[in-house]
Design a protein around this ligand. Structure first.
Ligand SMILES: *[C@@H]1O[C@H](CO)[C@@H](O)[C@H](O)[C@H]1NC(C)=O
Ligand SMILES: *[C@@H]1O[C@H](CO)[C@@H](O)[C@H](O)[C@H]1NC(C)=O
Ligand SMILES: *[C@@H]1O[C@H](CO)[C@@H](O)[C@H](O)[C@H]1NC(C)=O
Ligand SMILES: *[C@@H]1O[C@H](CO)[C@@H](O)[C@H](O)[C@H]1NC(C)=O
Length: 634
């Protein structure tokens, strides 16, 4: 027990040392914020700052609409609302509830958990004193295992704003707000730089488990993003230094390396058992060196493999948290062990380790980023991430760090979508017949954009109109055109030859979209008007039979010919040829007549004379339509 008490005292001292170090460099813990816009009532309209809580899931890059509700009982939300019979589940069609609760009496996370269980979509905690905004963090004590299950976002608002909200609600006004995380992270360009401040210690309870689960679930995405150049990731490790007066103490010797320069708390908070703080520092150092060496060979993503494998193969519990075990992991990943050993250096030497020195320097805030004091911490585009350390939530944050429209595919995938399309199809175009929808869920919120389905592009405004276009468009819902099948015959108003639109095929008339109606060729006297012919309309066509048994109907020519000599048809064509020649001749004649006028050669005159009679010769009536009308002009 004595050792534990000493350890506690020393931890306090180390923490002090850190505070001092930070103070030296003008300590700054930056409270990460999002904005809250009140849209009604008019008196409160405006944009207010609020602080993102370090638990739950902030919707980085997105927004959320809701109505504020202040509970009638248990305004501090320290007990489950079941006890007081309150529920904040939204009714169908109503806006989600943002529960306003008072600060005090219990953990922020408890308030968040109770609000979530009662159906609230977000929790707004009103500060109870006039002060600048703070970050609501999660406690480390036991009995708070539910923290990992909090999925609603949380925000702290100032006392003054909280009072105003309460007053408006008490006056019976409806308070509409929009929580907005779109500017919570800078998103200047096509690459996101992010850091993960972590620790190799695997025996610190819920926080260590959360870190490990995060590495396990985020590794694949992190590596894919890194390999494709979308991100630049750097891992970081926090170390403390031993105050000078204690350097030679047993405690500093067990917690620090390089003569008190780099320390970590004892994993078990007990110097007499298990691993010491200095073992953690050494393993942290190895992990930084793995990253450095891998990064030099342009494979920085190997860090994720190493950290993952090390946690699996070398846990403290199994007494494998050793350098030998680490070397085994390094070897099996094919990393350069000599370079890594050189980077680690001699932990017993009384001199600075440049790698750890750089880590200590990086810990101090710079630019828009405050000091890193919460472990683990994620820094995205030089701003600290707040919220649960969980794949979906972190990915949202990373995605919101890309300049709009440059985000990689993974940001537009289902598992981080906002589900805004589920309700009323997000107000976008939807073809009920085929379920083709223009609503696309992204982490930034839904967009209405005509889709591409099976390679067929839809064009339109995405809200009220989309239409299949280009090749293959008739395969999808028949291009939105009319089609019908009768007696095994399918007729369609869609043609793949046309880029868009619908047109009734020949034999039909109509708009081509809703209907095409059969044309009654007989009634409308379009065909089969020959003498003694019998006309019968069919669906999309007609039947025609010639009077008398020795005539045959020739459909192409809409005419009857005698069956007697099969050659008559041939003669018919011959006539056509003659007639064609006659026309050509007439054309030539016209040209010559125009060009040569009186110079016309007498020989040509003679030839023309030969042909001219053909034109005037009386041809059988039924042959007349053979030559299309537009050739008869000349
Ligand atoms: C949290 O969620 C997990 C998995 O969904 C579940 O097994 C666990 O019981 C939950 N914990 C609490 C405190 O509700
Ligand atoms: C990793 O490598 C890149 C380029 O290869 C470099 O810009 C970056 O600074 C390196 N990171 C570290 C921590 O050495
Ligand atoms: C369309 O899709 C939704 C959800 O994916 C489904 O519930 C619905 O039954 C589908 N409707 C049709 C006509 O396929
Ligand atoms: C009309 O076209 C659609 C889509 O190509 C097809 O699924 C449907 O069976 C057709 N309807 C008829 C009556 O042929």
């Amino acid at each position: 027990m004595g050792t534990t008490a000493t350890a506690r005292r020393l931890l306090l001292l180390l923490a002090l040392a850190l505070a001092l170090a930070a103070h030296r460099a003008a300590a700054r813990f930056v409270v990460e914020k999002n904005s809250l816009r009140v849209t009604s009532p008019a008196a409160l309209r405006g944009v207010y700052e609020c602080a993102i809580g370090n638990f739950g899931m902030p919707q980085y890059g997105g927004t959320m609409h809701g109505v504020v509700v202040y509970p009638k009982a248990d305004a501090k939300a320290c007990r489950p609302f079941d006890d007081s019979g309150l529920s904040f589940k939204p009714k169908p069609g109503s806006l989600p509830v943002f529960l306003l609760v008072d600060r005090g009496d219990c953990y922020f996370t408890t308030k968040g958990w109770n609000a979530q269980n009662a159906g609230a979509a977000a929790v707004l905690v009103a500060d109870d004193k006039v002060e600048p905004l703070i970050t609501m963090d999660s406690p480390e004590s036991s009995g708070t295992e539910h923290i990992v299950n909090i999925t609603i976002p949380s925000a702290l608002v100032t006392k003054r704003f909280g009072d105003d909200l309460r007053k408006a609600l008490q006056n019976g006004e409806m308070v509409n707000v929009l929580l907005d995380w779109r500017e919570s992270l800078p998103h200047p360009d096509e690459r996101v730089e992010y850091e993960f401040w972590t620790n190799s210690n695997d025996e610190c309870g819920a926080k260590c488990d959360m870190q490990m689960n995060f590495v396990r679930s985020f590794r694949g995405i992190a590596q894919a993003l890194e390999k494709r150049g979308y991100t630049q990731f750097t891992p970081h490790y926090i170390t403390w230094y031993c105050p000078e007066a204690f350097i030679l103490s047993k405690q500093c010797k067990s917690q620090c390396i390089n003569h008190g320069r780099y320390c970590a708390p004892d994993p078990e908070q007990d110097f007499s058992i298990g691993y010491d703080g200095k073992d953690v520092v050494v393993q942290n150092l190895i992990q930084i060196c793995v990253f450095r060496v891998a990064n030099e060979t342009r494979r920085p993503w190997m860090w994720w493999d190493y950290v993952h494998d090390f946690a699996v193969r070398c846990p403290m519990k199994e007494k494998k948290y050793t350098r030998e075990c680490a070397n085994g992991v390094i070897n099996s990943l094919g990393l350069d062990i000599e370079k890594i050993n050189k980077c680690v250096g001699d932990p017993d030497a009384d001199k600075e380790n440049p790698v750890l020195k750089a880590e200590q320097d990086a810990q101090i805030g710079h630019g828009s980023r405050g000091d890193v004091t919460i472990l683990p911490t994620l820094v995205v585009n030089n701003r600290q991430y707040r919220g649960k350390l969980e794949k979906r939530s972190v990915l949202k944050a990373v995605c919101s760090g890309f300049e709009e429209t440059t985000e990689p595919d993974v940001c537009l995938r289902e598992d981080i979508e906002t589900n805004e399309c589920l309700e009323n199809n997000g107000g976008c175009w939807l073809d009920k017949a085929t379920n083709v929808s223009a609503c696309k869920d992204t982490f930034r919120g839904r967009v209405c954009e005509c889709p591409i389905v099976n390679g067929v592009k839809f064009i339109g405004d995405g809200y009220s109109h989309c239409e299949a276009s280009g090749l293959g468009r008739c395969q999808i819902n028949n291009g939105g055109c009319w089609n019908e099948t009768r007696n095994g015959k399918t007729v369609s108003a869609c043609s793949n030859q046309e880029a868009k639109g619908c047109k009734c095929p020949s034999g039909f008339k109509g708009d081509g979209v809703n209907s095409c109606e059969d044309v009654d060729e007989c009634k409308e006297k379009l065909f089969c008007q020959c003498k003694d012919c019998a006309c019968e309309n069919t669906w999309g066509s007609y039947e025609c039979s010639c009077g008398g048994s020795n005539s045959l109907y020739i459909r192409e020519h809409d005419t009857c010919i005698s069956k007697q000599s099969s050659s008559s048809l041939g003669w018919g064509f011959l006539w056509v040829i003659f007639f064609g020649l006659a026309l050509a001749g007439a054309g030539a004649y016209a040209v010559y007549k125009y060009r040569l006028r009186s110079y016309m050669d007498s020989e040509i005159r003679a030839i023309m004379a030969q042909y001219m009679p053909l034109e005037s010769q009386e041809m059988p009536n039924q042959h007349r339509p053979v030559v299309p009308v537009d050739h008869a002009d000349i």
